[in-house]
Design a protein around this ligand. Structure first.
Ligand code: GAR
Length: 205
């Protein structure tokens, strides 16, 4: 894929945005061949917006509270992403359930990161769920988005040991170190795989 043009990556984030920043950094370091034409966030005042501003990345607030349905919200998200030329979408700490509207627009080109080794501990509070279950190993997963929350084909996972005195905060911190590592790699891998599929399926002349 060297020499090909950078993929246009749209990022959806709800809060802190450390994964968003890890992506921006990976692009700046030449580890991920991509550009981020737009960040969409849904919570006014979310720290991710300030991170985007520091990097000069356009950030658009779409507040789900202003919409009458999840579908109407997703429709505006899809429009905003398309208007910015987005080809691939990454949910980097996006705390909203997606609808078929968004999936119809982006298909397999929509990825999510989740702080557990899926299929264990989907949904909210994955770190707390892992601690409550008493597992000795947890981690994080990047997967293709499907309608069912935190399901879909897995691209990359990383394992993290749970220590006896871990709190949700200490464990989440170590999981996030791995998240920042695997998210750019998973995007690169997913993009390469899809390019390969397209090449395999194109008629030879
Ligand atoms: C991350 O740990 C991500 O895996 C999780 O939210 C955090 C966002 O952190 N996502 C989910 O739980 C989605 N089900 P960040 O805002 O610092 O990137």
């Amino acid at each position: 894929m060297r020499g090909s043009k950078p993929i246009q990556l749209g990022v959806l984030a709800s809060g802190n945005g450390s994964n968003f920043e890890a992506l921006v950094q990976a692009i700046a370091d030449g580890k991920l061949r991509a550009e981020i034409p737009v960040l969409i966030y849904n919570n006014p005042g979310a720290a991710v917006a300030a991170r985007a501003q520091r990097w000069g990345i356009p950030a658009v607030l779409l507040n789900h509270r202003n919409y009458h349905s999840r579908e109407a919200f997703d429709f505006d998200i899809a429009q905003t992403l398309r208007q910015s030329g987005v080809e691939w979408v990454v949910m980097a700490g996006w705390m909203r359930r997606v609808t078929q509207v968004l999936i119809d627009h982006f298909g397999d080109q929509m990825l999510n990161i989740h702080p557990s080794l899926l299929p264990s501990f989907p949904g909210l509070h994955a770190i707390e769920q892992a601690l409550a279950a008493g597992v000795k190993i947890t981690g994080c997963t990047v997967h293709i988005v499907r309608l069912k929350v935190d399901s879909g084909p897995i691209i990359i996972q990383a394992a993290v040991r749970v220590l006896p005195d871990d709190t949700a905060e200490s464990l989440h911190q170590r999981v996030q170190v791995q998240e920042h590592e695997i998210l750019p790699r998973a995007i690169d891998l997913a993009v390469r795989r899809q390019a390969q599929l397209t090449a395999d399926n194109s008629p030879r002349s």
